[in-house]
Design a protein around this ligand. Structure first.
Ligand SMILES: *[C@@H]1O[C@H](CO)[C@@H](O)[C@H](O)[C@H]1NC(C)=O
Length: 460
């Protein structure tokens, strides 16, 4: 066991992110050019989490970033993933399908604008909400883009449901029902669609009968949080509502979902660990590497609805490093520290993970000497893993990193900025009388109630 505690090399991370922001990205990103909005989100948000956005960019630069994002806004609502498909004056009905708005890009564009302190006044809000409703399929799922003849294209998994829930939350807040005459998405159908992807072991998969995956699980739980349809959400608790008017909630068995998420923490950190634990090809169920998961079946007790450990290791003596995997029997990977940890953060259960061992894994195994985080030990850093490694640390009060909203995946400062926007408060107040279901709390309030809880529960 290392005696000195590991630390975040903040100057190197700042250098890494500033380089990503202000110089060309390495050639490996060429294939990601159509996702430039997503890369922009990671880079700007990382500097915000490091509390250095204002000190490392000028006001003029931040204004340019905001203008660039609005330049990617689509004439019929939503945002493009990058500017290259914009035909400008040459746009016509024939070439329009080649220049669609993109749902994930729209979520990342809005989130980045919020981080940059923009008031979203230039967002074509009505058009965007109208387009959003058109992006939903009859089964409740959302797609990525709208193709020719209004065909919804792209995947059907929870990633798009998450982005849809996020765009909806940012632009219409807590209002159920129409906003300025624009109809809402079919929230119940979206919740049923998520329920359809639940797996027998408590996770959530890409589609019904697939294998549970921490990324899809995060997106599902994040989406339900945006919609306030988690089992313990305010809407779920409305006692006064008539029987047939109580909204359905997602996650049919919260306890096993939490157990599945906590079980993603593993000591299997590289392929060598994974192949053959005994080095003699005689691995059994007891020695195969998921046995490295230190959460054993039956180690939870549930009292009065509260899960806790019955026999949690009292000191993490063997758990010098324990990262997170995304599926059973896989090796640890930086990003799942957030996909699993963030899910638990939303569910107010982040104290159940072994934070010390996870922090050592991130800071001693995947933090890179040039800054950023790699996917696995010795991997070079990339924008995606570097952001999610940082976000995972932000979940558990890492010194020098701002607290994060686990649902929105941006700093709590940015979330508070969003919820304080005067036009947004007006939308909520203005529609209050006609809205079907009120009496629920903003994300900041729901997540704020959790603030300090991690410290309180892990300190003792
Ligand atoms: C639309 O624009 C494309 C490319 O600029 C052009 O080739 C095409 O003829 C135009 N179509 C119509 C119907 O104007």
């Amino acid at each position: 066991m290392s005696s000195e505690s590991p630390s975040l090399n903040k100057p190197k991370h700042l250098k890494y992110w500033t380089r990503c922001l202000k110089t060309y990205l390495p050639h490996a990103y060429i294939a990601n050019d159509s996702m430039r909005m997503t890369l922009a989100f990671f880079i700007v948000s990382a500097l915000d989490l490091l509390d250095c956005l204002k000190s490392h960019t000028t006001e003029a630069e931040r204004k340019d970033y905001v203008d660039w994002i609005y330049h990617c806004q689509h004439p019929h609502g939503g945002f493009r993933g990058f500017p290259a498909t914009d035909f400008g004056e040459l746009r016509n009905e024939t070439n329009a399908p080649w220049d669609p708005a993109n749902l994930p890009a729209t979520y990342f564009a809005l989130a980045t604008l919020i981080i940059l302190g923009d008031d979203l006044q230039r967002v074509r809000r009505r058009a965007c909400l109208k387009w959003l409703a058109e992006m939903q399929r009859p089964d409740g799922s959302f797609g990525e883009t709208l193709g020719e003849n209004g065909v919804i294209e792209g995947g059907m998994d929870t990633r798009f449901g998450y982005c849809a829930g996020g765009v909806r939350y940012i632009l219409r807040g807590l209002v159920d029902g129409p906003v300025e005459g624009v109809k809402d998405i079919e929230v119940d159908k979206l919740v049923w669609c998520i329920r359809g992807s639940e797996t027998y072991d408590g996770g959530i998969s890409e589609a019904p009968f697939h294998e549970a995956h921490a990324g899809f699980t995060y997106c599902a739980i994040g989406c339900l949080s945006f919609l306030d349809r988690l089992p313990h959400g305010a809407k779920a608790k409305r006692q006064d509502a008539p029987e047939n008017n109580i909204p359905i909630t997602g996650l049919s068995n919260l306890d096993i979902t939490i157990r599945w998420l906590v079980s993603r923490q593993t000591m299997t950190l590289d392929e060598e660990d994974a192949v053959d634990t005994r080095m003699d090809e005689t691995d059994t169920a007891a020695t195969c590497h998921d046995a490295h998961s230190f959460v054993k079946m039956g180690s939870f007790i549930s009292t009065a609805g509260e899960l806790s450990y019955k026999d949690r290791p009292s000191t993490p003596t063997q758990l010098q490093w324990a990262g997170f995997n995304g599926r059973c029997n896989k090796i640890a990977d930086t990003c799942y520290a957030f996909w699993a940890g963030g899910s638990l953060g939303i569910l107010n259960k982040v104290h159940l993970i072994d934070h010390t061992a996870n922090r050592r894994y991130l800071l001693e195994k995947t933090q890179h000497m040039v800054g950023g985080f790699g996917k696995q030990p010795a991997d070079p850093p990339d924008v995606y893993h570097s952001y999610l490694g940082l976000a995972a640390l932000a979940l558990v009060d890492e010194p020098g990193v701002k607290p994060i909203s686990p649902t929105l995946c941006v700093s709590k400062d940015a979330l508070r900025h969003l919820e304080g926007l005067p036009w947004r408060r007006k939308v909520e107040a203005g529609d209050a009388a006609s809205a079907q279901a009120r009496g629920t709390d903003t994300l900041a309030v729901r997540e704020g109630a959790v603030e300090g809880k991690y410290a309180a529960m892990s300190g003792g």
